[in-house]
Design a protein around this ligand. Structure first.
Ligand SMILES: [Zn+2]
Length: 291
């Protein structure tokens, strides 16, 4: 379950206000061309889970194929191209990300290949699927209220990667990382990456926090495991390359609501940047007052 309400709650609970930890985060790996302040103007990334016809959807994870096609057509009409987060980050590093929007699919549902891929292909879009490395071919048993949804198999993930779709890690067992012991977080990030690299036959550079839940130890572990970026959900003190905020998209989101969500994302970016700037000033004032 990563729907907005549940996830924001766990994400907020998981976020620590630790500016020093945050300051340690992206510097060593910040590529040339990235903004000096990783909290400023984050890219627009949409968060999907399942594209399917579903009678029951207690976690609001599912968008119907018709609605999904409308949303993708709307992006296309607005002159935007949907891309994987890998491509989005590369383009931004070269100052070319303006017209791109990241498209992400959490959990690795089998319906990604069946419904989402053909629609995306029709527009020449790409996307990222974040899969739970040890649950390929199983189902979403972690969503206790169901409905049960099949997850992509090993073969499907291999084929998708070969066809150019980015496969990222969603950890092991769909577990929230904050609060886990450090060695367990290290296994979650490193082992899931290792398993998936075997499946896709190449590097896996993207991570997506289960439930969007991130704190400084989790973000540092993701960086240290060799990932290039990680997706969260909410804007927070950790917003940056290893906690990219994303915009939840649901079945109710038509053109008007998508436009409103775009505006809200920009506003949250601005507020995050302002808070970050204030914190730096406050820290500086404290440092300067020291004897
Ligand atoms: Zn998930």
């Amino acid at each position: 379950m990563d729907n907005e309400r549940g996830t924001l709650r766990s994400a907020r609970a998981g976020v620590t206000n630790a500016p020093l930890d945050r300051a340690r985060l992206p510097r060593s790996r910040r590529p040339v061309g990235e903004p000096a302040d990783p909290g400023s103007s984050s890219p627009w990334i949409l968060m999907y889970h399942s594209v399917a016809v579903e009678e029951e959807d207690p976690y609001q994870l599912t968008v119907s194929p018709e609605r999904f096609a409308e949303q993708i057509a709307w992006l296309h009409r607005r002159g935007r191209r949907g891309v994987s987060v890998r491509e989005l980050m590369r383009a931004r590093a070269h100052g070319r990300g303006d017209k791109l929007v990241g498209l992400t699919f959490d959990d690795g549902y089998a319906d990604f290949a069946r419904y989402a891929v053909p629609i995306l292909q029709a527009y020449g879009f790409t996307a990222t699927a974040y899969v739970v490395a040890d649950l390929l071919g199983q189902d979403n048993g972690w969503d206790v209220e169901g409905p049960r949804k099949k997850l992509l198999t090993v073969e499907e993930v291999t084929e998708l990667a070969a066809a150019g779709w980015e496969i990222g890690s969603h950890g092991l067992g769909h577990q929230a990382l904050p609060g886990l012991p450090a060695d367990v977080i290290a296994v979650q990030t490193r082992e899931s990456r290792r398993l998936l690299e075997e499946v896709v036959g190449g590097p896996v550079t993207g991570f997506c926090y289960p439930y969007g839940a991130v704190d400084a130890p989790a973000a540092l572990a993701v960086r240290d495991a060799g990932y290039d970026y990680a997706c969260a959900i909410a804007h927070s003190a950790l917003t940056g390359r290893f906690a990219l905020p994303r915009c939840y998209v649901g079945d109710r989101d038509g053109a008007w609501r998508l436009r409103a969500k775009r505006g809200r994302h920009r506003l949250r970016d601005a507020v995050t940047e302002l808070r970050h700037g204030r914190r730096i000033l406050a820290e500086r004032a404290v440092t300067e007052r020291r004897p």
